[in-house]
Design a protein around this ligand. Structure first.
Ligand SMILES: [Ca+2]
Length: 103
């Protein structure tokens, strides 16, 4: 019997599957990445709780351009991963309690 994945392994798999859902086809394609239209769709459908202004196409495009580091018009996997890291970071900051002032 195969062992079940841990919660963390499941979460990583979810992030990878989400990328695959919105990226252009062909794993080894040099053009593999999330296009402008797909990025709009992904943000409005998958990240509307985590991000603000997800109905604002210009705001989403500004976000896309911020993470499209090599400016090739596609969000590549490493650029997507950086975006997910930023969202995770803001998630972490909401989980951490403010430091108590003992004075
Ligand atoms: Ca890019």
């Amino acid at each position: 019997m195969a062992s079940e994945l841990t919660e963390l392994e499941e979460a990583i798999g979810t992030l990878v599957k989400n990328y695959d859902k919105y990226a252009t086809r062909g794993f080894f394609s040099r053009k593999r990445g999330i296009s402008k239209d797909s990025f709009q769709k992904m943000v409005s459908q998958e990240l509307h709780h985590a991000l603000m202004h997800t109905e604002d196409k210009q705001a989403i495009d500004d976000l896309r351009q911020t993470y499209d580091k090599n400016q090739d018009g596609l969000i590549r996997f490493h650029e997507y991963w950086t975006l997910m890291g930023s969202i995770a970071m803001s998630h972490l900051s909401t989980m951490e309690e403010p430091e108590k002032d003992d004075s």
